[in-house]
Design a protein around this ligand. Structure first.
Ligand SMILES: [Zn+2]
Length: 609
């Protein structure tokens, strides 16, 4: 099979991965493929039949019959998931095409109708009293569905009546989900005017963000100004959008009796608040590492006082641009060193065009890996601009890809893990690439640049996410107590949460106050961010296991991935000897980061002398 880059000429506008775009043909032929409606109709018909058979009877089902009902439910959801996955991917690849938005909306509306036919099942199941439910769950006939059914019951105190649930599901399409889509459309269409060296360029979000990684300080400053100005110009609309979503969540939390804005996320993540609090506090205690690092970076760059636009400046030993083919080789080699199976699975993503990497106007920013249905495979989207960070992003998203591929046999309901462990294989993949690059590199200056690059990534994954979580806590609390928030108030919250992390090592301008406005997680998945910190520190702990156990670790790690979401994270990780309920657990990973800062300082000193 040819590589996707081989048959196209590269276009500078589309970046160094020009021509690398995915083929969605495994899902459907085109947005007007009649099979989309056939699939939705099939799910609709089966949902109606399911409801007529089981409505009012869930509590009286014996274990075997309950297991059969879950099997049926899973099977009937598959065609609908395929249509939803296709609509979502099509839209992400080109948010500007009206027919993509229209398809997404149509699929969402029909999926809501299907979910509303089925909501009785979950409501009747969680209404079963604890004692009879426990007896049923202990029955071997339910072994394969035990976790799924047990996990559903954690929402027992928070579900509403069936008519209320249906109402919320339907109105979400013109409420929360509509605002979420509007955010993507606004950001996808937003242009940033970069004025530098007598030239003015009109850039998309990804392009302007990538200029913050340039070595020319005045160019970085110009990019930061362009980003600020673009965000400021849209801030009135975006502030309204955020206020609306934050208020919508407050309403939903009140109706569903969630005492804390994070509570619902913790339940979805199958983690208790105490573990998350311990994680956040442990990271906050080590903000000194961030400051030590940026003081070192200032010395290396020869800048007395780092500004916010200097944070991503490349160091002198940075190797510069990498072609997409290079990135592919680096990632597959690193995966293959660890386990050939991983490289084989990741390689398929390139060979079979499951990756969309080029830059295009209207394409969603950032990167993701989305599973479709267990019968098929996942897709990876990234915006490849060619720097080391993009190579790491490729390793990251392919980590998700191999995780999802390995867990496919678990089926639709248990393939995907909660967010906390969803970042395991992705962050692990990045570490594999980093370690391989370090092993191959002899030049101390390049090694230092690699090490600093990895530290910056790790800090972005750990400390920055802790800051974002604290910011979200403040944002939700302020909206609840103060009403609709003016942009200046939210900007102030953003700055006051960021400043303790940087201390006096990086000066944050007031302009930086606007920089929360483009972060999609706050819109799409409130309180997502702590899962990244969780994932990174967990991976550092897993790497220490690997270093101790050697080859024996590999099959145990692959088993962890293949387990998908079939058990709660603490139980799955206990099998590898990790206790994430221990508040001291997080200090292990933080100690690894400290060693890396030590090493960076030592290497810098040895180069200087
Ligand atoms: Zn990820």
């Amino acid at each position: 099979m040819t590589t996707p880059t081989s048959d196209v000429t590269s276009s500078p506008d589309h970046g160094p991965a020009a021509g690398v775009c995915w083929s969605l043909a495994d899902l459907y032929a085109a947005p007007d493929d009649p099979r989309i409606d056939t699939d939705l109709e099939e799910s609709e018909r089966a949902a109606a039949a399911f409801a007529s058979r089981y409505r009012g009877r869930v509590a009286s089902l014996a274990a075997g019959a309950l297991a059969a009902a879950v099997d049926e439910l899973e099977a009937l959801c598959e065609p609908m998931s395929r249509a939803a996955a296709y609509a979502g991917l099509l839209f992400a690849a080109d948010t500007a095409a009206p027919r993509h938005g229209a398809l997404l909306q149509r699929v969402q509306e029909r999926s809501s109708a299907i979910r509303n036919q089925l909501v009785f099942f979950e409501l009747e199941w969680v209404a079963v009293d604890d004692a009879p439910a426990a007896r049923l769950l202990a029955d071997p006939a339910l072994a394969r569905r035990r976790h799924h059914l047990e996990a559903m019951r954690r929402y027992r105190p928070h579900v509403l009546s069936e008519p209320e649930e249906k109402l919320l599901e339907e109105t979400a399409n013109t409420g929360r989900r509509a605002f979420s889509r509007l955010f993507d459309e606004l950001l996808g269409a937003m242009r940033f005017r970069l004025a530098h060296a007598g030239r003015v360029e009109d850039l998309g979000e990804e392009e302007v963000l990538s200029k913050l990684h340039e070595s020319d300080r005045s160019l970085r400053k110009a990019a930061a100004d362009a980003l600020t100005e673009g965000l400021r110009a849209s801030s009135r609309t975006l502030a309204f959008l955020f206020n609306t979503l934050v208020h919508d969540k407050a309403t939903s939390d009140r109706l569903r009796r969630y005492a804390d804005p994070m509570h619902e996320r913790h339940l979805a993540n199958e983690i208790d608040a105490a573990s998350v609090d311990a994680l956040l506090a442990a990271c906050e205690r080590r903000y000194d590492l961030v400051q030590r690092f940026y003081r070192l970076k200032a010395r290396l760059l020869g800048i007395p006082q780092l500004e916010d636009h200097d944070r991503y400046a490349p160091l002198p030993g940075d190797v510069g641009q990498r072609s997409f083919d290079d990135a592919r080789r680096i990632v597959l080699d690193a995966y293959g060193d660890f386990a050939p199976e991983l490289a084989a699975i990741a390689g398929e993503f390139f060979d079979r065009r499951w990756i969309d990497a080029e830059l295009r106007p209207g394409k969603r920013g950032g990167a993701f890996c989305a599973s479709t249905t267990p019968a098929l495979h996942s897709y990876v989207l990234l915006n490849y601009t060619g720097n080391l960070r993009d190579v790491m992003t490729l390793a990251h998203e392919l980590g998700h890809g191999v995780h999802q591929q390995l867990a496919r046999p678990r089926g639709l309901f248990e393939q995907d893990t909660p967010l906390t462990t969803a970042e395991t294989a992705s962050v692990f993949g990045e570490m594999l690439v980093f370690r391989r690059l370090m092993r191959e590199e002899r030049d101390p200056r390049v090694r230092l640049a690699l090490l600093c690059g990895k530290l910056e990534d790790a800090f972005a994954t750990v400390f920055r996410q802790v800051v974002m979580t604290r910011f979200e806590q403040k944002l939700h609390a302020a909206r609840r107590s103060e009403g609709e928030l003016p942009i200046a108030r939210v900007n102030a919250l953003w700055l006051e949460t960021n400043r303790p992390m940087f201390g006096d090592a990086v000066r944050l301008s007031d302009d930086y106050g606007f920089w929360w406005l483009y972060i999609p997680h706050f819109v799409h998945t409130p309180f997502y961010c702590y899962a990244y910190a969780f994932g990174e520190l967990l991976v550092l702990a897993l790497l220490r296991r690997h270093d101790e156990e050697g080859a024996a670790f590999v099959p145990r790690y692959l088993e962890l991935l293949a387990a998908g979401g079939s058990e709660a994270p603490p139980a799955l990780l206990a099998k590898l000897g990790l206790d994430i309920t221990d508040p001291a657990f997080w200090d292990g990973g933080l100690a690894v980061l400290e060693q890396m800062v030590d090493e960076a300082e030592r290497t810098a000193a040895s180069i200087a002398s």
